[in-house]
Design a protein around this ligand. Structure first.
Ligand code: 6PG
Length: 232
């Protein structure tokens, strides 16, 4: 089964349409269950979408927001996904949402895991909406190819796992593959022709591809429902 792609003329159109879809899904979750939950990715791609989403007229006080993954840095660090989310999403209407951090005072994510697992229990799992990015190496969340913890993070029954990226900076904490795959709605947010080609390559049928790209491992479990939002 092939993925469902939504393609847009430019980044502004993509950001507006993706923000609209997320807001509609949050509204629906609130209507059905009384509260809603959203996990967002960091990196360079989401800031514009965050700014479009934060003005949505929904009951943000009923929304729990957390991260798909975090770099193990203080939450005011330039590379912190929490800082990116606080500065760009948790503003205006969305300032009323409850944010659950993915870092604590522990020296390493491995030591901090149990505490984060407890913090995340505020959310009624499975999460309602989860937004994935994708790196140029086919990683998604912090499921990095060749990371020593990759197989454990793909098999774990915990909510989160610690990961050491082989090439990218900072140790990471990430939702595990089973946690991601159980999300009620998975949206993939990517830009650029290079990432489109990479995602198409990762989804090819050859068996040799399957284990190479973590994005493929995730999408194999959710591809009948996952939606890809893309612009060049
Ligand atoms: C992170 C992420 C990560 C990200 C991809 C894409 O903390 O880095 O959450 O999985 O989504 O690396 O990053 P860009 O948007 O910067 O290309």
């Amino acid at each position: 089964m092939s993925l469902q792609w939504h393609e847009f003329a430019n980044k502004d159109e993509l950001d507006l349409n993706l923000a609209h879809s997320i807001a509609e899904q949050l509204k629906q979750a609130i209507a059905e269950r009384g509260t809603a939950s959203l996990a967002v990715s960091g990196g360079r791609t989401p800031a514009g979408m965050f700014k479009a989403l934060r003005t949505s007229p929904i009951d943000w006080a009923k929304v729990n927001i957390t991260l798909v993954d975090e770099r193990w840095v203080p939450n005011d660090h330039a590379d912190s996904n929490e800082r990116l989310t606080r500065e760009n999403l948790l503003q205006e209407n969305a300032a009323a949402a409850n944010f659950i951090s993915m870092v604590n005072e522990s020296a390493t994510p491995h030591e901090g895991l149990a505490g984060i697992e407890l913090q995340l229990n505020v959310i009624k799992w499975p999460i309602d909406i989860l937004i994935l990015g994708m790196g140029d190496d086919g990683h998604t969340a912090s499921l990095f190819p060749n990371a020593i913890e990759l197989e454990a993070a793909c098999a774990s029954t915990n909510l989160v796992a610690a990961v050491t990226p082989p090439a990218a900076p900072h140790q990471r904490i990430t939702l595990t593959l089973p946690t991601i795959a159980q999300a009620r709605n998975v949206l993939v947010h990517i830009t650029g022709t290079g990432k489109k080609e990479l995602l198409n390559t990762a989804m090819q049928e050859q068996k040799a591809i399957t284990d190479l790209y973590p994005i493929r491992r995730v999408l194999d479990q959710v591809k009948s429902t996952a939606q890809v939002y893309w612009t060049a």
